[in-house]
Design a protein around this ligand. Structure first.
Ligand SMILES: [Zn+2]
Length: 244
């Protein structure tokens, strides 16, 4: 009798378990409000090594002194979520430089001609990996001379910092859901200078993945985008097999 009772209890527990399972189906790794392509950018791009202290230099001759606080604000915004993202990457401003730097974990912010009308991009991340993988040794954020509005500068830097923490563009994403959306108008701020909750969730995924596997260096952006409309920019990148 005792045995039967136990069996019934187990059965009941199983039924309850099933019931609960049905009511709350296995949730995917990402919460529904952060679906890739809708509210969240895809991951798999360049990343600084986890825990990196990134030394940031500004080629100050390229900017006006009034621009500097606007260039630095997004560094602080990303720093403030470095624990939440699990990257523990910190951007530490070191001052000005005359040249593009290639020291370990150095990031140079400078001007250059990178404006792309079709993608409405006036900034570009140029990352370098000595191991030919996605982990950055040094990088530059290049700002086109068309970008002069200080708030637009700030928002563009916030977007490029998203790129160097593993995030791809998401032109199909809902406005304000991610930093990685397209800028509506060149040289106008989108008033997104800090990562959103979906950006934080995605960087977190990027750094979890980095612990499992390190991808090869992403192909140059121009070859990713070739033949694609801007709206398809966040389609998954086909990663070529690493060479032996
Ligand atoms: Zn972008």
């Amino acid at each position: 009798m005792k045995i039967r009772l136990t069996t019934s209890l187990i059965l009941l527990a199983l039924i309850c378990g099933l019931g609960v399972g049905d009511a709350h189906p296995q949730t995917p790794a990402m919460p529904v409000p952060c679906r890739v392509g809708y509210q969240a950018p895809a991951i798999g791009f360049w990343t600084w090594a986890a825990n990196a202290r990134v030394k940031v230099y500004i080629r100050s001759a390229d900017f006006s002194p009034e621009d500097i606080p606007y260039l630095l604000a997004p560094l602080e915004n990303w720093n403030s979520v470095s624990e939440l993202t699990g990257s523990r990457v910190k951007f530490e401003y070191q001052g000005s430089t005359d040249v593009q730097l290639s020291c370990e974990n150095c990031l140079t912010v400078m001007r250059g001609s990178v404006f792309d009308r079709s993608k409405r991009h006036a900034t570009e991340l140029r990352a370098y990996s000595l191991q030919h993988d996605q982990v950055i040794n040094y990088a530059s954020i290049i700002v086109d001379p068309v970008l002069t509005n200080p708030k637009a500068l700030r928002d563009a830097i916030a977007h490029e910092l998203g790129h160097n923490l593993g995030l791809l563009d998401c032109y199909t994403c809902k406005q304000k859901s991610t930093l990685m959306n397209q800028f509506k108008t060149i040289n106008e701020p989108n008033n997104l200078a800090a990562p959103t909750s979906c950006d934080i969730a995605q960087v977190r995924l990027a750094y979890q993945e980095l612990k499992v596997r390190v991808r090869p260096s992403p192909p140059p952006r121009r070859s990713i985008d070739q033949g694609e409309e801007p709206i398809d920019d966040d389609t998954p990148i086909i990663i070529p097999k690493p060479r032996d």
